[in-house]
Design a protein around this ligand. Sequence first.
Ligand code: DX5
Ligand code: ZN
Length: 226
Amino acid sequence: MKLKFSPSILASDFAHLAEEAQRMEQAGADYLHIDVMDGHFVPNITLGPPVIRSLRPCCSLPFDVHLMISHPLAYLERFAQAGADLITVHVECEDDVGETLGQIKALGCQPGLTLRPATPIEAVFPYLEQVGMVLVMTVEPGFGGQPFRPDMLPKIQTLRQRLDSLGLETDIQVDGGIGTPTIASVCQAGANVIVAGSSLFGKEDYRAALQGLRALGEAAMPSPAR
Ligand code: DX5
Ligand code: ZN
């Protein structure tokens, strides 16, 4: 599987969001990770569809929108219309998960499903056929810059085994605390889409930072096929 990077704009300079996104695109990112928080599902508030709509013409990377909100169903259409390409929702949200994933697909976006660190990985198993990506949170959602949780590695391994046994080439994304010291462990466990905020934004040379992480991650991936 190809190793892909989705830099999280949460760690960017919001006063220069368009330039930050463009610099990351030029540096070789694969997606742009956009964290949406509602102050209810998580104790923090970030941004919503108007910001995504404004950013859309400034950057041609696919927008990877991570919805940390209690009621995604009511907002999906607005995010799709604003320019989201991938929409990831939490299995712990208060809407019907199967219906929510179906609606994301119906809107022409790729559905993704994620889970908090305390939620067992088995919670996403009923939906594996419905998603293009599963995001294993490696910190408690809500804030950037938190330390990576190595106790999440077995969840990544179990999920990759489960996907392999079903014959599914679904992406496994990881989010939270990923940087030079931690990327090898998640890639070795079976992750292939890396969200990184504070280990990329704010660096002097985004291309060098991305290439450094890519080299470490690729070297740790389990087999040439992956
Ligand atoms: C946390 C967000 C993450 C966050 C990651 O709730 O989902 O995407 O921006 O930030 P770092 O890479 O700094 O841990
Ligand atoms: Zn995120």
